[in-house]
Design a protein around this ligand. Sequence first.
Ligand code: HEC
Ligand code: HEC
Ligand code: HEC
Ligand code: HEC
Ligand code: HEC
Length: 502
Amino acid sequence: MSSSTRPARQGTALLIAVALSAGSTAAAPKAEKGKVDPARPFPPSYITIEGHKNVKPEDWKDPRLCGQCHTVQYEGWNGSMHSNAFRDPVFQALWALGEKADPNLRNHCGACHTAIGTATQTVEFVPTTPLHGGFKAPEVAEQGVGCDVCHTISGTNFNKTAVLEHGNSSYVVAPGPTKRAGLADAKSPYHDTAKSDHHTKSDFCGNCHNIFHPTNDFPVERTYDEWKYSVYAQNGIQCQDCHMVPVEVANKVADTMTRPEHMTDSPLEGFAALGGPLRKVVHTHGFIGGNAVIVKALGKDKVESPEDLGRDKNYGEAVKRLKSAASLHTFVAKKGDPLHELTVKVTNERAGHHLPTSLTEVRQIWLEVVVTDDQGREVFRNGTLDASNEVPKDAVVFNAHAADKNGQYTQLPWEIARFTDVNTIPPKGYKYARYYFNVPADAKSLKVSTKLHYRSFAQQLADLLLGKGAVQVPSIEMATLEESVELSELQTASAGAAADKH
Ligand code: HEC
Ligand code: HEC
Ligand code: HEC
Ligand code: HEC
Ligand code: HEC
């Protein structure tokens, strides 16, 4: 059902839902039942509409329109993961598998990836799209998490959720002339403005960046929770302070625990709009995380839409952010003759949440270690991608291992009942990895080369979602360390004790 064939809207949200379901077999099943609860109109999502109004896609404006006066924000947002939140083919494919497993997932997934499509119930499933099927929606809904989605959010429903916390799209939408953000004195010739403290806090992001299972309530993605119990939250550092500023400023925030607005050299001065006054802090809108894959994986050449799945700038920024996040330290100890132990300490220096965060059951951060001796012999190797571009089974991977209700491994979020193993690195925290190997008797020194790699998902998952061989999943080097070790200087000490001194 495209927007042109959608029935005219009248009456309450209830009537709309019924009318929509009558018009199409592809409408979400909750709507078909016709029991719309105005306090939770699109379950299992927690989106509500202010004043229980009857909304239509045209109530939200096209980001390109906002971009006419807010050029900087538009440039940052365009090509970002937020702009691709609906079109992202990885998301579409997994959503399609979810739709086939349980159609109630449409509102669940849709609520964060297309708030507009969900609040207007205009998302349509097209089962015939190649591979798993795909989704369509009116254009403004396909623009994902756009300007007007964020800037007309008027509140949070966190206290109505099953876990009494921000998450599962716990926000109130109020599309219309009032645009909300952190400025108290903003005046625009085009729209009304309102100061919103919510927009200046992590809580705002947490409405979408915290996911619990819609039926068993298991916390599947916990970026907001991880932040909330971190040293950053204790120091008043918000998501915005790292993700709405250039990477260099974010690094300074993490290193000094100072919010950008309190930095003396005013690194973010500029104009929030054409015609507006000079402001001390203007927020960047690229929302750069770690996702460099979507860009690379799909090949820019094939992308034609204006929201061209990530442009060079966003790709480069994502790589920079990943490279700033962690540090490596290594310690070699002699355990006996010829057994040696290598300890690698990985510290989460600058991520305001765990490393990795969110889809921890899918994201891969792992160590690659290569030890050679002074005669060029390879003494030890671990964590090098195999011939099928997979992380080998014996590698040290920082992620979570998910299981379904029968305890079987799963990577499908709707099947997750628990994590059997969690090996993510908390903010400012660290983890050790230990390796054992024999050193040839005639070796005098060792070269220890350690790399920390990141990639968004395994090759096998890309093959499942996008088709076998459709993309070669790229990896980004987050950190590298090369160290030389004189074997004669090694003490037979416990590496743990050595490591703890550092
Ligand atoms: C005709 C120009 C124009 C257009 C088009 C426009 N704005 Fe604005 N907007 C402004 C000006 C000017 C300001 C005030 C800037 C300031 O005071 O620094 C502003 C301020 C804002 C603020 C700050 C509100 C606050 O109180 O913090 C937000 C948010 C905003 N606009 C969002 C949008 C969105 C979303 C759109 C598209 C639906 C949009 N704007 C379209 C000119 C425009
Ligand atoms: C994911 C949500 C999100 C999206 C999408 C988004 N913004 Fe923002 N925007 C924010 C938040 C949050 C703030 C306030 C940050 C703060 O004050 O801490 C903000 C601030 C602003 C401001 C006020 C000036 C400033 O820098 O504080 C303007 C103007 C603005 N955004 C315009 C836009 C436009 C135009 C778009 C689309 C091109 C857009 N925003 C997309 C979340 C968003
Ligand atoms: C509460 C909001 C929310 C809900 C509900 C939600 N997502 Fe997401 N999703 C996100 C956010 C936020 C991210 C980005 C996290 C990141 O990249 O680290 C994301 C990322 C993803 C990605 C990764 C995309 C990529 O290119 O790597 C996939 C795939 C995905 N979601 C699928 C789904 C599916 C399928 C569902 C429903 C079963 C779903 N999501 C439900 C908020 C949500
Ligand atoms: C309306 C829901 C929503 C809100 C509000 C929201 N996000 Fe997102 N965000 C998403 C979704 C969905 C994605 C993932 C899109 C995808 O991968 O397909 C995402 C992606 C991101 C990414 C990119 C992740 C990556 O892998 O590179 C970052 C960073 C991010 N968001 C930060 C924020 C911050 C900071 C805020 C608060 C100022 C915020 N978001 C508010 C829904 C939201
Ligand atoms: C101190 C700075 C800092 C703060 C605060 C912070 N982040 Fe991040 N974030 C990072 C860094 C660095 C990365 C890149 C490493 C990574 O992927 O975890 C990142 C990555 C991400 C990603 C991409 C994860 C992935 O690999 O898919 C998302 C999504 C995200 N942040 C959202 C948030 C949200 C939401 C908040 C607030 C609840 C937040 N961040 C707070 C620094 C920060």
